[in-house]
Design a protein around this ligand. Structure first.
Ligand SMILES: [Zn+2]
Length: 166
């Protein structure tokens, strides 16, 4: 396999380091929100210190949640690159697994969402609103199909790039 250089500003991390590092997200740390706060775009409710899916409160502060902000700004927190002969041969099945994983995560974590999937001449790239979802997709692919999995984390931008190849 060809030697891969890291993208500028990124360094290779172990997945347990990634969990610790992914605490600093400028989209999430804009000061403490009043409770309850409603996202006027997706209906998620900020309550008890985190965003959750719940009934619309009778009276709520309104804002745009971090996930909807990232989607609006087209500013992903995670990139998952998919490549390899196995991927090309099983693309539909693999995309299905990714979408299933993402739906499950979104159901319990409103800020973890898929943004776009872009087909490339070789492989594809999927973007996410949250670093944990990108990492989770990488783990799910590795669990289901093995292959090669790499995490690159940019601390300054709180951005993760996951490369999965098989
Ligand atoms: Zn929202």
């Amino acid at each position: 396999m060809a030697h891969q250089t890291h993208p500028p500003g990124f360094h290779l991390v172990r997945r347990d380091q990634l969990l610790q590092e992914a605490q600093h997200d400028s989209y999430k740390n804009k000061g403490k929100l009043p409770e309850p706060t409603l996202c006027q775009d997706c209906g998620a409710v900020y309550h008890a210190g985190h965003w959750q899916w719940s009934d619309k409160p009778a009276k709520a502060n309104q804002t745009t949640c971090p996930a909807c902000s990232r989607i609006r700004d087209k500013f992903p927190a995670g990139y998952v690159s998919l490549a390899g002969e196995f991927f090309t041969a099983h693309e539909e099945e693999i995309m299905h697994l990714i979408h299933n994983h993402a739906e499950k995560e979104k159901a319990s974590h409103p800020l973890q969402r898929l943004m776009e999937s872009v087909k490339l001449p070789v492989g594809a790239v999927i973007t996410t609103t949250d670093v944990h979802l990108a990492r989770g997709i990488g783990d799910a692919l590795h669990h289901a199909y093995q292959g090669e999995l790499e995490f690159h984390y940019n601390r300054d931008q709180n951005l993760v790039r996951v490369n999965w190849t098989r």
